[in-house]
Design a protein. Structure first.
Length: 308
């Protein structure tokens, strides 16, 4: 059994993370860290407004870090150093150096570090990965992913996403990171990155759009385009090979189309649950992490190159 501490009681925590912990049979929500103690008491019996105080409790086994990106590295390293396993929200950190320090802390402490790139565990992504390995589209050569939406922050709701000191960047860090991570998961180590970031429509402290070209050691070229200024929502994901292609549009939907046909593979009703369950199995049973800190920081390398 794992006793969990959730740090940060925002939208993702309350809608997905905490319900996932409560549903996972070998997990218990032991406590939360929140600036608003009264709000925290709605979710757990043990509430702190300071993570350092919480980490002194020896009954805490695992920590879910669900705070703004700027806090990921210091809070994760603090938790690992105190002997806790950590599952951290994405992206891993503000830059590749910070992310690498988190991975190093996990190595030194012998504790498990996972990253909540939950899209890796979509059934259709797992199926696409197997089909690629089986040669269903020949040699993969090109991948394209787009995510276009309206601005995800309004007023005080998720306002931290627009603060580069807290978020690191705009849609590049927020929604592109998921797509870049999937490219890394499917195609291996990224070798070179070219990018264009700008404010084409909205004058924000962060970019309102980013286009990233990634060249992989495997020979695949990946293109990710993300925008926060679109009145039309897009969530496209396509992989082209020498003998065919596969289409996962929309990425968050259940459909997978490939040379062998069309498959309907819906994700879990709580898309965070498989990620939490895999982490618990990794800690308690030694099951391999689908999204480990070591593999996830490749995305931080890509975004750092894109920001240059």
């Amino acid at each position: 059994m794992l006793n969990w501490l959730v740090v940060g009681i925002g939208d993702i925590s309350t809608r997905r993370v905490i319900p996932a912990i409560l549903a996972e049979p070998r997990s218990a929500l032991y406590g939360v860290v929140s600036r608003d103690i009264e709000r925290g008491e709605r979710f757990a019996d043990h509430v702190w407004n300071n993570i350092d105080d919480a980490l002194r409790d020896p009954k805490i086994d695992a920590v879910y870090i669900a705070t703004p990106v700027a806090l990921h590295a210091p809070q994760t390293i603090a938790a690992l150093t105190k002997g806790k396993h950590v599952l951290c929200e994405k992206p891993v950190a503000m830059n590749y150096t910070e992310a690498s320090k988190m991975v190093q802390a996990a190595r030194e402490t012998g504790k498990t570090l996972g990253v909540a790139y939950y899209r890796r565990m979509y059934p259709k992504v797992q199926r696409a990965r197997r089909l690629i390995e089986q040669g269903a589209i020949g040699k993969p050569v090109l991948a394209e992913a787009n995510h276009h939406s309206a601005l995800p922050a309004e007023g005080s709701f998720r306002a931290w996403l627009l603060d580069p000191k807290l978020a690191g960047g705009g849609p590049l860090f927020d929604v592109a990171s998921h797509r870049i991570d999937l490219f890394n998961y499917l195609f291996g180590r990224p070798a070179r990155v070219t990018a264009q970031l700008s404010n084409a429509v909205l004058q924000l402290p962060v970019e309102d759009n980013a286009t990233v070209l990634i060249e992989y050691e495997s020979g695949v070229r990946g293109i990710v385009d993300v925008r926060w200024h679109s009145k039309i929502t897009r969530d496209q994901f396509r992989i082209v090979g020498t003998d065919g292609e596969m289409n996962l549009d929309p990425l968050s939907g259940p459909e997978l189309v490939h040379p062998g046909g069309r498959e309907h593979l819906p994700a879990h009703e709580n898309i965070h649950f498989p990620c939490v369950q895999n982490f618990v199995n990794a800690v308690l049973d030694g099951e391999p992490l689908v999204s480990s800190g070591e593999s996830a920081i490749r995305t931080d390398w890509v975004t750092e190159q894109a920001m240059m």
